[in-house]
Design a binder for this molecule. Structure first.
Ligand SMILES: [Zn+2]
Length: 322
């Protein structure tokens, strides 16, 4: 068993469905005894245990790169939530031909576990580009809700993943905001769309949910003089026991989050967006946040009215203790 201790210094979305199919197949098929008999590689992060089981026999190089990716993702998620979302999780790593991690899925029953599939030809840059491992770990930090609210689960994972990676310095603020400028329009309602609870397209589920999270983050910060943000609301859910291993009504999760933030933002936003196709003026929002595209490159305007809020969202933070 390999144990690594992580100390304090130490086209998104479509992957989830494919991985669900793969993971069920992995459970149903007889996997080679040599693989399943291997002791898991183990990581410890802030008292939480991550067991990693490879469903194939990886090269030493691939094993090391994959374990490094998992450790970095765990560090990002633990920094954002100030804890790892669950006390223990098993990560099963499947394989496919080619490069990169191409699918992932998070499960809460009977206990928290994740599945990701890694390309057997992957090299270091493939792991640096990977967002799926962090995305799946963010899923651990929210209770399972009814299917019609799937947008909040995917929206949170889409929104929090790059921000959590920026908080530990893995991604630059320019990269995160540039991807938001490019991606958020996918979440705007199309002709005939209804509210988030009633239109279940890819765009409305992943990016519509992410847009809900961005609007909530900005509004919490506006109303608390930038002292609190969406992470404070989400940490409140975890403190109340709302991890993926629990099933909650969405109303409970939103009320718990609002109590933790000290302002009623998520409940109010949900009341507006649940049944109606709300289309915020994104160009105006970017302008207020001081995010500008100039000849393809991203530039920040630090004199914009909400520049301090933009900075707070993606600023690298000193991590609290393990
Ligand atoms: Zn997901």
């Amino acid at each position: 068993m390999n144990v690594i201790i992580i100390g304090p210094r130490a086209v998104r979305g479509t992957a989830c469905f494919l991985a669900c199919v793969l993971s069920v197949a992995a459970i149903c098929l007889d996997l080679p005894r040599s693989c399943m008999a291997q002791a898991p590689d183990q990581l410890q992060i802030r008292g939480a245990r991550i067991d990693v089981r490879f469903e194939f026999i990886p090269s030493d190089r691939l094993r090391k790169l994959m374990m490094g990716r998992i450790a970095l993702s765990a560090q990002a998620v633990a920094a954002y939530y100030q804890q790892y979302p669950v006390p223990a999780v098993e990560i099963r790593v499947g394989s496919h031909r080619g490069h990169g991690i191409n699918s992932g899925h998070a499960f809460g029953f009977p206990r928290a576990h994740l599945f990701v599939s890694v390309g057997v030809d992957s090299t270091e840059p493939d792991f640096a580009d990977d967002w799926i491992t962090t995305h799946e770990m963010v899923h651990l930090a929210f209770p399972s809700v009814a299917e019609q609210h799937h947008w909040i689960e995917e929206g949170l994972a889409t929104y929090v993943e790059p921000i959590a990676r920026a908080r530990i310095g893995e991604l630059s603020p320019q990269k995160v905001w540039g991807d938001m400028v490019d991606g958020m329009p996918n979440g705007l309602p199309q002709p005939g769309d209804r509210g988030l609870d009633f239109t279940h397209t890819w765009g409305r589920t992943y990016w519509g949910g992410a847009l809900f999270c961005l609007l909530a983050d900005v509004d919490i910060r506006k109303r608390t003089d930038n002292r609190r943000g969406l992470e404070d609301a989400l940490r409140g859910i975890l403190r109340a026991g709302g991890s993926i291993e629990s099933e909650w009504p969405l109303s409970r999760a939103l009320a718990t989050a609002d109590r933790a933030a000290g302002v009623t933002v998520l409940e109010d936003l949900y009341a507006k967006m649940r049944a109606s196709p709300v289309a915020p003026d994104l160009d105006r929002l970017w302008h207020q946040l001081g995010v500008e595209r100039q000849a393809g490159a991203l530039a920040f305007d630090d004199f914009a009215p909400l520049a301090a809020i933009r900075t707070a969202i993606t600023q690298r933070r000193a991590e609290p203790g393990p």
